[in-house]
Design a protein around this ligand. Structure first.
Ligand SMILES: NC(=O)C1=CN([C@@H]2O[C@H](COP(=O)(O)OP(=O)(O)OC[C@H]3O[C@@H](n4cnc5c(N)ncnc54)[C@H](O)[C@@H]3O)[C@@H](O)[C@H]2O)C=CC1
Ligand SMILES: N[C@@H](CCCCNC(=O)[C@H]1CCC=N1)C(=O)O
Ligand SMILES: [Mg+2]
Length: 259
């Protein structure tokens, strides 16, 4: 699993503000409005406990503090437990926390103890970033390009198919491609078709996965992928809207999904 680094999380709220401005400009709505529409929920100053987890690769510097900043951004009462792991979990439940946020190296979850709802980061990230891509106000069709069909990409492709978009997908992993074609009915993207997309959702751990031949001059690229999917020379093109942010948008979707 590609793990976040403390560097990824630097200047997080500024990255969110920039991303949100781009989201508003290219979809007409901001991230909180989109989350409300996708999940049909709103924050209600819930008490959120963040439990650091030492399993596997261990605690990531400023991961918990980043989640704390996210809870405050959404007007929630957030705090980090005094201890990690089971001791922290016990403290959170004893304190009467409504929602727990915690992550090991494989799963990052939000669990609402009051209504029983639980959310996984990779699903919510796929859903929210693909949703953003699909809301491009200048799109001339319902065609969306999906790059990467792993944990995040597959969830996003599934979401787009359910919403009736024409999904063209590419993943070098042929098993994942076949699964998406069979189970979701996606079209296999073929560069030989020279088809260009104004809406792209990318979820890969590789840089520069987007090439000029894939995109229209004016387009929206929505990607949680780290590092950046868009080559620097293409990013200079003023008509490409890029929504890319390492944690907050996905975590916001998790919270809205369990409110
Ligand atoms: N910004 C955020 O909030 C979050 C970001 N991430 C990031 O999203 C990325 C994807 O995460 P996962 O889905 O868990 O990874 P994964 O490893 O499950 O899936 C990645 C997929 O990308 C495919 N891929 C690699 N190079 C490709 C290329 N050039 N073109 C098309 N497909 C390609 C791989 O074959 C694989 O199927 C990672 O970089 C991860 O760090 C994950 C969760 C949240
Ligand atoms: N156990 C650590 C957190 C580990 C998080 C690993 N997961 C990722 O990096 C995923 C989540 C979003 C993007 N990648 C701690 O409690 O500090
Ligand atoms: Mg995010």
């Amino acid at each position: 699993m590609a793990l976040l680094t403390p560097e990824d999380l630097e200047d997080l709220l500024n990255k969110l503000r920039q991303s949100n401005e781009t989201i508003k400009a290219s979809t007409g709505k901001g991230i909180t409005e989109i989350c409300e529409e996708v999940y049909g929920t709103r924050p209600a100053s819930q008490k959120v406990a963040i439990v650091p987890i030492t399993a596997g690769n261990g605690i990531i510097g400023n991961f918990s503090s980043s989640l704390l900043a996210i809870t405050e951004y959404f007007g929630l009462e957030g705090y980090i437990t005094d201890h990690p792991d089971i001791t922290g979990y016990h403290q959170a439940v004893s304190d009467g926390a409504d929602i727990l946020l915690m992550a090991d190296d494989h799963m990052f979850i939000a669990h609402n103890l009051k209504n029983g709802k639980i959310a996984a980061n990779h699903i919510c990230t796929g859903v929210i970033y693909s949703e953003i891509a699909s809301r491009f106000i200048h799109a001339g069709s319902k065609d969306v390009m999906v790059i990467g069909l792993g944990r995040v990409g597959y969830a996003g492709a599934e979401h787009l198919v359910k919403k009736g978009f024409n999904v063209y997908a590419y993943d070098p992993n042929t098993e994942f491609m076949e699964k998406a074609i069979e189970e979701l009915g996606v079209n296999a993207y073929d560069s030989a078709d020279h088809k260009k997309f104004s809406m792209v959702f990318e979820a890969t751990p590789n840089a520069n996965t987007i090439s000029e031949g894939m995109i229209t001059d004016r387009c929206l690229i929505s990607t949680p992928g780290i590092p950046c999917a868009l080559p620097a020379e293409l990013a200079e093109n003023g008509d490409i809207d890029l929504v890319m942010e390492p944690l907050v948008i996905g975590a916001a979707a998790m919270l809205y999904s369990v409110f």
